[in-house]
Write a protein that binds this ligand. Structure first.
Ligand SMILES: *Cc1c(COP(=O)(O)O)cnc(C)c1O
Length: 473
């Protein structure tokens, strides 16, 4: 039986809408949005009555609930976070952070009209792809280039153009899955291609490729095993030999490179992967991401032989995979840093974080520890640890780093972690061995101050001390 008496005591939607505080909300939010929230809050109480749960009838408490809900719903879902995990290309946290120098270009293109597809001097239609093609060909020494939405789209466009209804030869050692949903065999099926697997997981020889080629073959695909490594007794075919074979059969050799390294990391003392310019020499088409080691926006970049790039440009599918103007602006600005920048190792945040010296990391860790030291009910400790590159790149590379380990005295580690995640901006940390670990590699100087401020607020919160009393009992 529904308690009619309680239902009668529940304030009406219109009564709450008349409330002065609710009326004030209308200065910021539209009436329909406010009304929906009032209705939801009341409906929740009605539901509670129907299940005999404890119900709130006080109009002032309900008004407070409405205000809270409105603010919560009005807040942006996509927000900046502080990445204290030390994982530089954290796929869940948006991968590469753009260079500050990109901001100006991004602003100009976002809030003005632009020559996106217009050749101003020729008074004629232009192509959006022209804005970065020259930069890319200069930087990679490839004859032609094209950009699309992401690397998955780049690989799909290439295969759909060159290997639809045909066979694509891939080594069994390279049938990878990346990021959970990008699987080479499924990509090939999706473009109505046929996968021809050659070799074995650990060894593939030139003769394996040779034997697999027939009239149905559309392309040979090399996939960079970005996110795993096969070690032990392994054998792969030298790229120049494979290119020679492909050329002799009139087939395109496609390389899905994954991350697009533009500079040799050996210069910074890190064991490197081949750069795009190196791979281009032994491939007809190379596809890679804009937001991995390149350190730019999400994009798929294709560089290689002009005759194949021209074919890609003719494919109707390109229209569906096309890059948008904001991405293009950010990509061009990032590529210009590589072309003109005095010091890419400092100017590109991804490279800067990747190559941070241990002195710099230690100084940053000291700074953070010093900022946290005066905060009551916290113990901090500076220790050594490792950061990962992330983004499915350099799977076995461990970068030595410094961590500030934090242990709260008046809260549990889980409670503190929850509060850090609820902060604005949320702070994402590593929780390990019942401590909160802050890896300074992925933290900016501003982040250090924000973290200290957030810890100060959390530890000063009355709720935090209540826990201490419970804890002692
Ligand atoms: C990351 C990666 C992809 C997918 O790239 P997105 O830009 O995320 O679409 C494809 N292939 C390889 C080898 C990769 O490493």
């Amino acid at each position: 039986m529904v308690n009619q008496d309680l239902l009668r005591q529940l304030p009406a939607v219109n009564d709450l809408l008349q409330d002065e505080q609710i009326q004030q909300l209308a200065q910021t939010y539209n009436m329909q949005f406010i009304k929906e929230n009032v209705q939801q809050v009341i409906a929740k109480q009605r539901h509670k009555i129907s299940i005999n749960a404890k119900v709130e009838l006080d109009p002032q408490v309900l008004v407070k609930k409405v205000k809270e809900q409105v603010t919560q719903q009005a807040a942006a879902s996509l927000t900046a976070v502080i990445n204290a995990t030390g994982i530089i290309l954290h796929t869940n946290l948006g991968r590469a952070v753009l260079a500050p120098a990109v901001q100006q270009e991004l602003q100009a293109i976002a809030f003005n009209y632009s020559n996106l597809e217009y050749n101003v001097s020729a008074k004629a239609r232009g192509s959006r792809y022209d804005h970065v093609e020259k930069l890319l060909t200069q930087l990679t020494k490839a004859p032609a280039a094209l950009v699309v939405n992401n690397n998955a789209a780049a690989v799909m466009l290439i295969l759909a153009t060159l290997a639809q209804d045909r066979e694509v030869i891939v080594s069994r050692g390279e049938l990878v899955e990346i990021g959970g949903s990008f699987r080479i065999p499924e990509i090939i099926t999706s473009i109505q291609g046929h996968l021809t697997e050659v070799g074995t997981t650990n060894k593939t020889r030139l003769s394996d490729y040779q034997r697999a080629i027939n009239e149905q073959t559309g392309a040979i695909l090399k996939v960079h095993t970005s996110n795993y490594k096969i070690v032990g007794f392994t054998e792969t075919v030298a790229e120049d030999q494979l290119l020679q074979l492909a050329r002799s059969k009139g087939l395109p050799l496609i390389t899905d490179l994954g991350s697009g390294l533009m500079v040799d990391l050996k210069a910074a003392g890190i064991e490197s992967e081949p750069t795009v310019a190196q791979v281009v020499q032994n491939s007809d088409l190379v596809a890679f991401s804009g937001d991995k080691l390149l350190g730019g926006p999400q994009a798929g970049i294709i560089v290689g032989q002009k005759k194949y790039i021209d074919q890609l440009k003719q494919n109707q599918l390109l229209r569906a995979l096309r890059i948008d103007k904001l991405t293009l602006a950010a990509l061009e600005a990032t590529l210009r840093i590589y072309q003109q920048g005095a010091d890419v190792w400092q100017a590109i945040p991804t490279l800067q974080m990747l190559t941070s010296s241990s002195e710099l990391l230690l100084a940053k860790a000291h700074k953070l520890q010093k900022l946290l030291a005066p905060i009551p009910h916290l113990t901090t400790q500076l220790c050594e640890g490792f950061s990962a590159v992330g983004g499915g790149t350099f799977p076995d590379l461990q970068l030595p780093t410094f961590l500030v380990e934090v242990q709260p005295k008046s809260l549990s580690v889980t409670q503190l972690d929850t509060k850090l995640r609820q902060a604005a901006p949320p702070i994402i940390t590593r929780v390990k061995d019942n401590t909160i670990q802050l890896d300074v590699r992925t933290l900016s100087d501003t982040n250090l101050l924000q973290i200290a401020q957030t810890f100060k607020e959390i530890m000063a919160d009355k709720g935090a001390h209540g826990y201490e009393e419970n804890f002692k009992r």
